[in-house]
Design a protein around this ligand. Structure first.
Ligand code: FAD
Length: 315
């Protein structure tokens, strides 16, 4: 049994249930949940005002293809697993975020249909990872082995509460650290920074050039999920090559510099000499390059994936 605080006086209770069999059409009652709780917890508590309850069966399986012809699969239709780790809905939402901008661009004549194949290339390995981790977690927390059980009950809260574990678990479970580095859509040209094609663009305070002036903002708020954005991250005093600015329409070009609040992170991410990053509508880096060679790389990349760039420029 697991009890999860949901804010206010609300809790979510999830438990395996040997007390009764799931009956068709009838949800578990408050009394039933109370009996399960009393059986398994030494902390006295009384539940009231049941908001929702349901039986569920744990499945663990996924499809091997996400795109067959004109059929695209995502969400629970593509992968289903234990709720341990709370990953199912989040994974499904990320599936749709990954595919929907590609679909929109194909439908608007801004990208070739072959870009839809990268949906499967991006997401299948993510789904495999989610299944593996949720299976492992389910086996660990559901173990009947008394020694492992005792260890989990007594050491689990300390290990789980450690700052390092919390930070890693938060980054992993919120799915912000997953990347598409191996995707064919990711084109990496080595520059001095840590960000690579396929990485999610990290948020950080930056200065944004706007009408010739610099204003403070954050990187993610300078992006627009409705189109590709070319980000030129430049060290102070650098003049950008005019060929780079001419690569994309002005509204899709963003020039940023380090903000004093987190200048070290800016340099780690984009390197001492800066970098150019073509950011996909879903917030992942499609292409990364040194500033000096970015215009050429970008032109070839756009020819390959966004061949109808003229239509893109018009919209
Ligand atoms: C106990 C439990 C706890 C969970 N907790 C979390 C959590 O904390 N975090 C998290 O991220 N995920 C969680 N999940 C997983 C999450 O609920 C699912 O991953 C998510 O709801 C899947 O969404 P979906 O839209 O892909 O599919 P569904 O929610 O299954 O939606 C599919 C819809 O299609 C409808 N439908 C089916 N067939 C047809 C048809 N022929 N015609 C028309 N409509 C049809 C269905 O009725 C349904 O409404 C949990 C799951 C369970 C069981």
């Amino acid at each position: 049994m697991g009890l999860f605080p949901m804010g206010g006086e609300h809790f979510r209770l999830i438990a395996s249930n040997p007390l009764s069999k799931a009956s068709k059409g009838a949800e578990p009652s408050l009394d039933e949940l109370q009996r399960i709780y009393d059986q398994r917890s030494h902390i006295p508590a009384r539940f009231h005002d049941l908001a929702w309850s349901s039986w569920f069966r744990i499945n663990s399986r996924m499809v091997s293809r996400l795109k067959v012809g004109r059929l695209l699969l995502g969400g629970d239709a593509a992968h289903i697993h234990s709720p341990a780790g709370a990953q199912g809905m989040n994974t499904g939402i990320q599936d749709m975020i990954n595919v929907s901008w590609k679909l929109a661009m194909v439908m608007n004549g801004q990208a070739p249909p072959s870009i839809l194949d990268t949906y499967e290339a991006d997401r299948l390995s993510v789904m495999r990872g989610v299944l593996f981790r949720t299976d492992t977690l389910t086996n660990v927390i559901g173990t009947e082995n008394p020694i492992v059980r005792t260890l989990i009950n007594h050491l689990g809260p300390f290990i789980g509460g450690a700052e390092l574990v919390q930070e890693n678990a938060t980054a992993g479970m919120s799915q912000v650290v997953l990347n598409y580095r191996n995707s064919s859509l990711s084109e990496n040209h080595t520059h001095g920074g840590a960000i690579r094609a396929g990485d999610r663009v990290p948020d950080m305070p930056v200065r944004l050039r706007s009408d010739g002036n610099w204003k403070e903002t954050t990187l993610l708020s300078a992006l627009d999920a409705s189109h590709l954005t070319l980000v030129a991250a430049v060290p102070d005093g650098t003049t950008l090559p005019s060929s780079l600015k001419a690569c994309v329409p002005e509204s899709r070009f963003v020039e940023i510099a380090a903000d004093a609040k987190d200048a070290a992170r800016f340099e780690t991410t984009f390197g001492k000499a800066g970098a150019a990053v073509l950011v996909r509508p879903d917030g992942y880096a499609g292409l990364t390059s040194p500033i000096s060679s970015a215009a050429d790389h970008l032109a070839a990349y756009r020819r390959k994936w966004f061949s109808a760039s003229a239509a893109d420029a018009r919209s």
